[in-house]
Design a protein around this ligand. Structure first.
Ligand SMILES: [Zn+2]
Length: 212
């Protein structure tokens, strides 16, 4: 009895191994199959591709806060920020830039996503292409958004406070709010104009993308 069981199990084990092998080879086949169309797509693109790397060389990106990333060669770039100038090695892969920063005795890697508007760092910091005005506007709006949003929340909140003290009538201008409800007139960091608006509605900024 024991022997036949052993035989049965070894046969089963063999079967399982064969199944696994066939499953593996199936998987690699399907992987190859799905990879093939990609290769084909790559082959249709070379018309556009060779132009890309030379374009990137000598490309300069700027941040709203005054930082600069200048691509100086196919593997070196310069980061200029806070009066410092650091030369870094970089590699580009899958629309990501990996930058090795050696400064103050430490080495670390920084990653940037390459987007149509420029380079976007891990903390969301944007380095835009200065020749692209739309990218500059988008970077400006995105970078200044959080502090403008704070202002909008503050203005909206004081409208209700003002109404409580004034027979449910909202403020008509900042002179109604300053200095009692707001210490001073809030200023949009991107130069937008604030619209206090009617009660029950959020205050607005004229910069596109600056909303509560
Ligand atoms: Zn604003």
């Amino acid at each position: 009895m024991k022997k036949s069981f052993a035989k049965y199990f070894s046969a089963l084990a063999m079967l399982l191994i064969v199944f696994q092998f066939s499953a593996c080879s199936n998987r690699t086949e399907t992987a190859n199959q799905s990879a093939k169309p990609m290769e084909k797509n790559d082959k249709t693109e070379p018309a556009n591709q060779p132009a890309k790397p030379p374009e990137k060389k000598d490309q300069t990106y700027r941040s709203v806060r005054g930082g600069v990333i200048a691509i100086v060669s196919s593997d070196e770039l310069e980061i200029r920020e806070h009066g410092e100038n650091i030369v870094c090695k970089y590699t580009e892969k899958d629309n990501k830039l990996r930058v090795v920063v050696s400064a103050l005795g430490t080495t670390r890697a920084m990653y940037f996503n390459i987007t149509p508007n420029g380079l976007v760092g891990e903390q969301g910091e944007i380095y835009y292409d200065p020749s692209n005005k739309d990218a500059e506007r988008a970077a400006m709006a995105a970078t200044t958004m959080p502090s403008c949003q704070n202002n909008l929340r503050q203005i909206s909140g004081t409208k209700d406070q003002y109404a409580l003290d004034h027979n449910n009538k909202g403020p008509s201008s900042f002179s109604d709010l300053v200095p009692i409800y707001l210490k001073k007139t809030p200023v949009c960091p991107a130069g937008g104009t604030y619209i206090i608006g009617p009660l029950g509605h959020d205050a607005q900024c004229t910069i596109a993308g600056h909303t509560i």
